[in-house]
Design a protein around this ligand. Structure first.
Ligand code: C2E
Ligand code: MG
Ligand code: MG
Length: 711
């Protein structure tokens, strides 16, 4: 008869009688019960340990391995032996460590499985062992060395895992975390306790759970051995961490994947930076619209779609009319504000399937898809222009802006993608040529003209050196004496095939490059030489002067003053006999800079004439500040095309103003004696116009001068 069968003893008594510490722990490592011996070994009160995780008795460096082995054991109790061979310690309440042996056994109670852990203080045994090893000498030393090497490599592994800057995690077949290092805790924003025994689903960004599970399925099924993939974690505080996870499987001797090691790289900042960079690479920083690169990309796709699926696509190029004038008159800040507001207005009428892009400067591109007729492209253009009806108001500046649009429509017949933007540009150019605020659809003829403009620029380069350029001179008349007091030098191009090309055509082309500096230098050289040949005659005391037109690039060219001085010296021309003509726009680009250049010219005694006055944006205060020697009233006031009365009032106002400011007032484009009389009555000082003569070659000008002074 067995004793306990007859004499049932409460389990508690038995437990307390044992020399080992005993703990009953559940699947998650939570202590269900323990004996007093174990409590004594740890230095805790028994009650303090019940309900705690057994982890608290494991030194930090061993915790992860502990979790791994405990799980291994619960799944496969044959791993038991491995555990016993290990050098284990128990973490006591006071922080000291106790050398112990462990043994495990499984116990099923009321459908719940428990692990019974027996823990034995083996300090004495260890000491004896050490002594024995010391006595046994060499052979044992070898064994010990092997054991030590193993222990050392395990230690190294632990350090590599624990101390690793990279977040690392061990997980099992089900994706449950067996071990995590500090870096992983930090990255996930959770404590070790919150992580162990759970899977990553709990803190994976919801949209990425699918990816995560798929990867897990493939690696646990053995389909792949290792994998690198991207996913997002959700920290406790809601912050999203973008991570790159490298995962590999560790296999047992039979080749079964036992657990999985993942190393995680937090690439949140990298991604953010990359996203920012790619945003910057694809968007215009001022307006936030797509830039050319993004537009090109969309265009390639849209072009291919039309080829594949049919239908029509369209590219619209919109260019503001005289945006430069706005910049010149009100500064770049207002110019920028205008562009941003415009972009917003355009965006409001942009269809969601279309792309709006800032092409550069004041040009916008619009890509439209899924059209059924060119008429729809026209309607889009009208909608875009319609947004300009409402004036733009910034601070106290009120602007009425207009724009020109070029449209190119393509279908599935294979228009070359390269040509699309070029053709839209050619159509836009044509729209501008026809007057502002126009919409023009591209036709092959337009391209022909664009090509001819292009070749004109090429030929203009050659014209400078081949003697096709020359200066003609238009007399300037003193309205009270009708004497010729000077000439305006106007450039002429005699093209071998095209004949006379007007400066209105070739000067703007030259202004698009440094070519204008060459042309400008040529004009100055010729005009100064011409003026030096005109001597005073008859009763007049002062010699005739020459006026030379300067374009913006020249006026702001730092070498301008030196170049002029050189030409004057070389020809022995008195500086007061040279007058430089600048338009209001040119003068107002940068008012401080303009004053500075004018000051330098003033010191040299060279006068400035404000050309085409009344057509730009200049205000009266600018006119007074710039204080030019001559104001040239634009032809449109002298020969008004419409609203004659208003122009006449303005003409009178400008002449009076110039006189009051002690400037010489010159009226351009006088063609009839009626116009002359009117100006004379208004007290206008000087005049120019076909009434006397158009611009003529130097010989004729000289003859004219001689005749005029002979009078
Ligand atoms: P601008 O400086 O205002 O020159 C006056 C223009 O009016 C000249 O045209 C002249 O021939 C024309 N004109 C003069 N009197 C009359 C008239 O009674 N009736 C009419 N209908 N027109 C008249 P042009 O020579 O064709 O020059 C056009 C513009 O080209 C000039 O306007 C000037 O802005 C520019 N330009 C001409 N030569 C040069 C140059 O050497 N350098 C620069 N930068 N620009 C130049
Ligand atoms: Mg002029
Ligand atoms: Mg003019």
């Amino acid at each position: 008869m067995r004793y306990f069968e007859e004499q049932p003893v409460p389990a508690q008594h038995l437990l307390e009688a044992l020399s080992s510490g005993i703990a009953l722990i559940d699947d998650c490592g939570v202590i269900g019960d323990l004996n007093k011996r174990l409590a004594a070994m740890t230095g805790y009160e028994l009650e303090e340990l019940v309900g705690q995780n057994i982890q608290m008795l494991v030194p930090p460096l061993q915790r992860d391995m502990h979790v791994i082995t405990r799980r291994e054991y619960t799944q496969d109790p044959s791993t038991h032996q491995i555990l016993l061979d290990r050098d284990l310690t128990l973490l006591r309440r006071d922080g000291s460590e106790l050398s112990v042996d462990f043994s495990f056994s499984q116990l099923a109670l009321d459908d719940k499985s428990w692990v019974v852990v027996a823990i034995r203080d083996n300090t004495a045994q260890r000491a004896a062992e050490d002594a024995r090893i010391a006595a046994e000498g060499h052979t044992v030393e070898v064994e010990t060395a092997a054991a030590a090497a193993l222990a050392q490599s395990e230690q190294r592994f632990r350090l590599a895992f624990e101390g690793n800057m990279a977040p690392m995690v061990f997980s099992d077949q089900d994706g449950l975390f067996l071990a995590v290092n500090d870096a992983f805790c930090r990255m996930s924003g959770r404590t070790r306790e919150e992580l162990l025994g759970r899977d990553s689903k709990h803190f994976t960004y919801p949209e990425d759970i699918g990816i995560s599970e798929e990867v897990y399925r493939r690696i646990t099924s053995g389909e792949i051995d290792e994998v690198r993939y991207g996913k997002r974690f959700l920290q406790k505080n809601g912050r999203i961490v973008v991570a790159e996870v490298s995962m590999c499987s560790a296999r047992d001797e039979q080749g079964n994947a036992v657990y999985f090691v993942s190393s995680v790289r937090d690439i949140t900042e990298e991604r953010a930076l990359a996203a920012q960079l790619s945003y910057q690479a694809l968007h215009d920083p001022l307006t936030g619209l797509a830039n050319r690169a993004l537009f090109d990309d969309r265009l390639v796709q849209a072009h291919a779609r039309v080829l594949r699926q049919g239908g029509l696509g369209a590219v619209l190029l919109l260019d503001l009319d005289d945006f430069k004038g706005v910049n010149d008159a009100y500064g770049h800040l207002i110019g920028d504000q205008l562009l941003v507001t415009l972009a917003n207005r355009f965006e409001e009428v942009t269809r969601s399937s279309d792309t709006l892009c800032r092409f550069g400067g004041d040009e916008f591109l619009y890509l439209a898809e899924g059209l059924t007729s060119p008429l729809e492209a026209q309607q889009i253009a009208e909608r875009l222009l319609g947004t300009l009806t409402e004036p733009f108001v910034f601070d106290r500046v009120r602007l009425q802006q207009r724009a020109s649009v070029g449209i190119v429509v393509w279908d599935d017949t294979g228009t070359d993608i390269i040509e699309l933007v070029q053709n839209a540009d050619a159509a836009m150019y044509e729209a501008k040529r026809q007057g502002h605020g126009n919409i023009v659809h591209f036709t092959p003829n337009i391209r022909h003209e664009a090509a001819s403009r292009f070749s004109l620029v090429q030929e203009l380069h050659l014209a400078v050196t081949s003697g096709e350029l020359l200066m003609h001179y238009q007399p300037i008349i003193d309205l009270s004496t009708t004497e010729v007091v000077g000439f305006e030098a106007l450039m002429r191009w005699k093209h071998p095939e095209r004949g006379w090309v007007p400066p209105d055509v070739f000067i703007p082309l030259a202004e698009q490059s440094d070519l204008i500096l060459e042309l400008g230098a040529f004009a100055l050289r010729e005009a100064v030489a011409a003026a030096s040949s005109w001597k005073p005659r008859g009763g007049r005391t002062s010699s005739p002067y020459v006026t030379v037109n300067l374009s913006a690039r020249q006026f702001h060219d730092p070498g301008l003053v030196a170049m002029i001085r050189k030409e004057l010296d070389r020809n022995g021309l008195e500086p007061e006999r040279l007058i430089l003509e600048v338009t209001e726009g040119v003068a107002l680009v940068d008012i401080a800079e303009t004053m500075n250049v004018m000051e330098q010219l003033n010191r040299l005694n060279i006068g400035v004439a404000l050309d085409d006055f009344g057509t730009g944006y200049s205000s009266l205060s600018y006119l007074a500040a710039l204080n030019p020697k001559i104001v040239k009233i634009d032809q449109s006031f002298v020969r008004p095309k419409h609203d004659k009365e208003r122009s006449d009032t303005l003409l009178e106002a400008i002449v009076t103003l110039g006189n009051k400011l002690n400037m010489i007032v010159l009226a351009e484009g006088i063609e009839t004696s009626a116009q002359l009389d009117r100006l004379h009555n208004l007290d206008c000082d000087l005049g120019q116009g076909f009434l006397w003569s158009p611009a003529v070659p130097i010989e004729e000008a000289t003859t004219m001068l001689r005749r005029s002074s002979d009078v």
